[in-house]
Design a protein around this ligand. Structure first.
Ligand SMILES: Nc1ncnc2c1ncn2[C@@H]1O[C@H](COP(=O)(O)OP(=O)(O)OP(=O)(O)O)[C@@H](O)[C@H]1O
Ligand SMILES: [Mg+2]
Length: 366
């Protein structure tokens, strides 16, 4: 076999490229999303991205949350990697907030070495399953080290962010990723990735609301640290189901109507809005309760709410959210943090919220 010098250089280039590339994989209940970035000096360059609906792999409709078997996830992910022309060899994978346990605990302050032993012991009191069954991670919160080393009587306390993921969950992901011939660099609870993609350097606490198909996830971030998280068992597919039931139309038609009409203020769309509103009212009031409690407990005022996740694309949702939360509300724009061809900017801004988690995963490695 003969190689020309140019051919060899090309092969070398593509090898070098894929070595510098990292893939973020977000396996959501209604769609799998991937983003591939490359690190070039200090910049993050977008190489490719894509999503695939999971519904059709379980005889369900696009937009419907599906409980896929492991083989079906592998099949869908293979199709997506091919379609998006993914060349990266290494991936970071999101773990659902629902399958993890995240909390902040206060511990007696002691030198870090000691603290890690104390954390291992104390974690047993907070984590609802045997410690041997989870992968445990923790961070000593910087604020606790500096300003907030509170005196509790004679003792000083340190704040520790504790994260546990069930080993069974990780093993399922491990199998899936191995079957699509990728190496896993890290697993991360989806909320942490999402925050990394959606936040800039905000100085007051921010609430990030990720509206997925089956759940709505709230994360409160203060000084860049997730100080609270909450998962609400309602998502955007519940809007579609409500439309389908109330208007007696099939799911696909209801999904279309949801996306086309949303919270329209045109009189002829009153009927649709009347169906959507009570469903959203529920998840937003749950989120609002959590926000108010956080503010009260921590004596901190939330400055704004950032909406993300596919469900946040609902027309008129930002205005609805402003009314509900009485706060500044904005849509996340995670692709803005990534270098990309100018002609893609508009399209990326429009679909960005779908990819927050996948992008945030790649940022972790860049
Ligand atoms: N333009 C749009 N208008 C309204 N809703 C939309 C629009 N585009 C997508 N959606 C909804 O967004 C949802 C999918 O969002 P996303 O991909 O964030 O969910 P997921 O990650 O699969 O779900 P989960 O996080 O709950 O597991 C679907 O319910 C879909 O109907
Ligand atoms: Mg999701």
């Amino acid at each position: 076999m003969e190689f020309s010098l140019r051919g060899l250089l090309k092969i070398f280039e593509s090898l070098k490229k894929s070595e510098n590339s990292i893939l973020g994989i977000d396996i959501g209940t209604s769609a799998i999303k991937v983003v591939q970035l490359r690190k070039e000096k200090e910049r993050a360059v977008l190489e490719t991205y894509g999503e695939i609906a999971t519904g059709p792999y379980a005889n369900l409709k696009v937009g419907q949350a599906a409980r896929l078997s492991e083989e079906s996830v592998v099949m869908a992910l293979k199709d997506l990697l091919k379609e998006a022309n993914v060349k990266a060899k290494t991936a970071c994978v999101a773990v659902p907030l629902k399958s993890s346990f995240v909390t902040i605990i206060n511990l007696p302050f002691s030198p870090e070495k000691n603290l890690s032993e104390i954390i291992q012991l104390e974690a047993r009191r907070y984590i609802p399953v045997p410690i041997s069954e989870v992968i445990l991670d923790w961070w000593i919160l910087p604020r606790a080290m500096e300003k907030d080393v509170a005196k509790e009587g004679q003792r000083e306390t340190a704040q520790v962010l504790l994260v546990a993921i069930h080993k069974d969950t990780v093993n399922i992901y491990k199998d899936i990723i191995a079957k699509v011939n990728l190496k896993v660099r890290a697993y991360e609870v989806e909320s942490f990735s999402m925050i990394r993609a959606c936040l800039s350097r905000e100085t007051s606490p921010v609430a990030v609301l990720d509206i997925g198909a089956s759940t709505t996830k709230l994360a409160i971030v203060d000084f860049g640290v997730m100080k609270g998280s909450y998962s609400i068992n309602y998502g955007s597919q519940d809007l579609t189901s409500a439309l389908s039931r109330s208007l007696n139309i099939d799911f696909s038609r209801a999904e279309e109507m949801k996306r086309e009409i949303g919270f329209s203020d045109l009189p002829e769309n009153k009927e649709v809005v009347a169906v959507l509103e009570p469903v959203l009212e529920y998840s937003f009031s749950e989120a609002n309760k959590f926000i108010r409690e956080f503010q009260k407990k921590n004596q901190r005022t939330i400055g704004k709410v950032i909406l993300t996740g596919g469900g946040s694309l609902l027309k008129g949702l930002v205005d609805f959210a402003v009314k509900k939360f009485s706060l500044e509300v904005e849509l996340a724009d995670p692709f803005a943090k990534v270098e990309h061809p100018a002609f893609l900017s508009k399209a990326l801004k429009e679909v960005g919220v779908n990819f927050s988690t996948a992008i945030g995963l790649t940022f972790r490695e860049l």
